[in-house]
Design a protein around this ligand. Structure first.
Ligand code: BGC
Length: 756
């Protein structure tokens, strides 16, 4: 705390000095600290006049790729490396990670976010934060909360019911806050259920601090504060960017007039001061650029997802025999990150063509195949747009590429989305017509065609999938992606990346389709809990490639699974433990991402058919068997019960299915879990059914129902056929029926007895 600061000094501390620095207060011994983007590199602006150009730094794979590793250990190492770069560049807080759910595949910042699943997003982000903060640099968990679209992002109200909020959209934030204790949390631009996130007391104070125990600084997203007094009152500490002298003055005035509690401003300033005090002094040691580039390559190679590999076309034989055609400008000019605030100036940049030439003695030739458009408007295209033919220039490049493909043993076609950026959602999920045509014609000319994709948001493969035997999903892989692609193509790395989001067959199949991106300032999260694979599974819909999917150059078989309920022990909460042996049945060392999906058939509440509850990326040598143990803390089995306003574990037989993807489940074990005692108070407004389903209520109401306890004749209300009809009626309403044995007096007595 900073008790000696005047109100004016306190107010001044709660807004920035400029775009990237906090305000110093020399008298109080507080220097300015530097914060900067994030999340997959350090974007320290080199020149204040040039917004998006930073000093060179390692551009690690953006979250769309790092998530596909399903490996928290890699994320922790990325965090550590970023921490070192921050220290070297004098940055105290790195603005990331972003854990908003990929609600729609059209989300413009999906390349900066991890997944459509909150457990995967939260687990990976927590590891990243732990790695970063272990180097004495703070994280800024963003964008809190429900910032899952770019359309009207500064104003739109995301309308979400509380259970969905808790279980889906807040869950990753909760995991990171409680497990990794980020120094700061960044509040989102948008409104949540009608209130700006920046002035949302329930989000910023009740949930974040009172429930989750967050003790760091809540910082605004850049320009997110509409009313600074309201925001600080709700729990915001630091407004960015600055300066905002007029706002500082308004805060001081609000304290003077009693509109803002003095203690709240003192607390906000105290938190900013504490952040400054724990920040490292600028001038840290340098870092090993080559080692960080190598780490970026390792993560990128582990992020690549092999979607299709008919006839074992991949890996390619690197020996001198044969010739390879590399086709597509993205093979030479990589797409390696998205646009906007996360754009890093890479310390070096590898392209796939160079990596391929270096990786083989075969003859490699190149044809660009298409022009790379400069225009950001040419994003992934809507299906309806996919009808246009190539322009003249493209037609020539296409013909040249097809001729090259025809004369080579194998054709590698590099295509992808043309541009993705913060600030704009995508128009569709399809490759541009030019890229689709290139795939079709090359595949027709050469049956050994491999498609390599570069994209930050989901691209559907359905329109051309059948035409090619092999597809490599190469995301946006950061500065070392070119070498990583070569590593996978030649089998130096056996692919183990898995989809962190579903690839739909059609956009209109997607659970979010009818309610994205909303209109006139509102977006209704109509699919509720059924985000991503949860929605596809609930409707038993076919998909292009399911959540969790990814092939390997080897094969794995699963033995029988066992599941046991564990009691809490030192260092471990109670929960379920699932064990399964996994054998590498091929002749190559590999890595299997073992996934555990839990269901509760017959649950009394609405649930997805299965939910990811644990996973592990496990190396298994050829022919070897790994005994894999996955644990689910009991709290992760809970649903949010809006009747009692808390997390509740429903008792029952939990089905624990382990497998290779959400739709490739290989073994199931069932275990009985005792439920929480979450009795909902019985009132006169509770229905007869609710009374009868409650162990205590059933006993009380049964006698009253027949009305025979005082010697009067049986009213017939106990008749099972009639009970079906009556079950849905609240007791107070039943009491209004003439002849009902449940008179108002009887109901009052029942309620009194039930609450004793
Ligand atoms: C973005 C944040 C970013 C901030 C600072 C905002 O536009 O939403 O993610 O950290 O700018 O660049």
């Amino acid at each position: 705390m900073t008790p000696d600061l005047t109100v004016a000094q306190q107010a001044a501390l709660t807004s920035g000095r400029d775009f990237w620095q906090t305000k110093p207060d020399e008298a109080a011994g507080l220097p300015a600290i530097t914060v900067t983007d994030g999340p997959h590199g350090v974007r320290l602006q080199a020149d204040p006049r040039v917004m998006l150009r930073g000093r060179p730094a390692t551009c690690f794979p953006p979250a769309v790729a790092s998530a596909a590793t399903w490996d928290p250990e890699l994320l922790r190492r990325m965090g550590e490396a970023l921490g070192q770069e921050c220290r070297a560049l004098g940055v105290a807080v790195l603005l990331g990670p972003g854990v908003n759910l990929k609600r729609s595949p059209l989300g413009g910042r999906n390349f900066e976010y991890f997944s459509e699943d909150p457990l995967l997003a939260g687990t990976l982000a927590a590891a990243w934060v732990q790695g970063l903060q272990s180097r004495g640099v703070g994280a800024s968990l963003k964008h809190y909360a429900v910032n899952s679209q770019e359309t009207d992002r500064m104003r739109v109200s995301a309308e979400v019911d509380e259970r969905t909020l808790r279980e889906m959209y807040l869950r990753a934030f909760q995991r990171v806050v409680t497990q990794a204790r980020p120094w700061t949390v960044m509040c989102a631009y948008n409104k949540v259920n009608g209130e700006y996130a920046s002035q949302h007391h329930w989000l910023l104070t009740q949930v974040l601090r009172d429930e989750w125990g967050f003790d760091g600084v809540v910082v605004s997203d850049w320009g997110a504060v509409a009313d600074r007094v309201a925001a600080v009152a709700a729990g915001l500490d630091l407004t960015m960017p600055g300066p905002d002298d007029a706002g500082d003055q308004r805060l001081a005035d609000a304290v003077a007039s009693g509109r803002l509690p003095a203690a709240r401003l003192r607390q906000a300033a105290g938190r900013v001061a504490a952040l400054v005090r724990k920040s490292p002094a600028p001038g840290g040691p340098g870092y090993d650029q080559a080692a960080h580039h190598a780490l970026a390559r390792e993560i990128a190679s582990r992020a690549i997802v092999l979607l299709k590999n008919e006839g074992g076309l991949l890996p390619l034989d690197p020996s001198p025999a044969g010739s390879l055609a590399v086709i597509g400008e993205f093979g030479r000019t990589p797409r390696y990150q998205g646009g906007g605030s996360s754009q890093i100036t890479p310390s070096r940049l590898d392209d796939a063509l160079t990596g391929i030439i270096a990786g083989t003695q075969a003859e490699v030739s190149f044809a660009p195949g298409y022009l790379v458009a400069e225009s950001p408007s040419e994003q992934r295209v809507a299906a309806a747009d996919g009808v246009g033919g190539p322009a003249d220039q493209d037609r020539d490049l296409l013909a040249e590429a097809v001729a090259l493909a025809r004369g080579c043993d194998t054709a590698l076609v590099f295509v992808g989305s043309l541009h993705e950026t913060e600030g704009a959602d995508a128009a569709g999920l399809d490759l541009s017509p030019v890229h689709q045509e290139l795939i079709r014609q090359v595949a027709a000319a050469n049956p050994r065609t491999v498609v390599v994709l570069s994209n930050g948001g989901v691209l559907r493969t359905a329109p051309w999938d059948e035409a090619v035997p092999a597809i490599v999903e190469g995301w946006l892989l950061g500065q070392a992606g070119g070498g990583a692609i070569a590593d996978v193509l030649f089998g130096r790395v056996n692919p183990s990346g898995r989809l962190a989001e579903t690839i739909p067959l059609r956009l209109s199949d997607h659970p979010s389709y009818l309610d994205f991106p909303g209109e006139h300032g509102h977006v209704r999260y109509g699919e509720g809990l059924f985000v991503g694979y949860r929605g596809f599974d609930a409707r038993d819909q076919p998909v292009g490639y399911p959540f969790g999917f990814g092939l390997s150059y080897t094969t794995f078989s699963y033995g029988p699974a066992s599941a046991t309920v564990l009691a809490a022990a030192e260092g471990r909460p109670d929960g379920i433990e699932v064990r399964v042996p996994v054998t590498n049945t091929g002749d190559r060392d590999g890595r299997e991402v073992v996934q555990l999906y839990v269901s509760l058939p017959g649950s009394r509440v609405s649930r997805a058919p299965r939910e990811l509850k644990a996973f592990a990326s496990v190396p298994v040598a050829a022919g070897a068997t790994a005994e894999v143990t996955l644990t689910v803390p009991r709290e992760d089995l809970a649903y949010w019960d809006t009747r009692v306003n808390r997390w509740v574990v429903e008792g029952g037989a939990y089905h624990c299915a382990v497998g290779s993807s959400s739709r490739d489940l290989r073994a199931v074990a069932v275990t009985e879990v005792a439920g929480d005692d979450a009795r909902v108070p019985l009132t006169a407004d509770s229905t007869l059914g609710e009374w009868l389903d409650d162990p205590r209520g059933a006993g009380l109401v049964a006698d009253a129902l027949t009305g025979t306890q005082d010697g009067t004749p049986d009213s017939g209300y106990g008749d099972p056929a009639l009970l079906v009809l009556l079950r849905g009626i609240p007791l107070a309403r039943l009491a209004l029926f003439p002849g009902s044995p449940l008179t108002p007096e009887v109901v009052a007595a029942l309620v009194a007895a039930a609450s004793r």
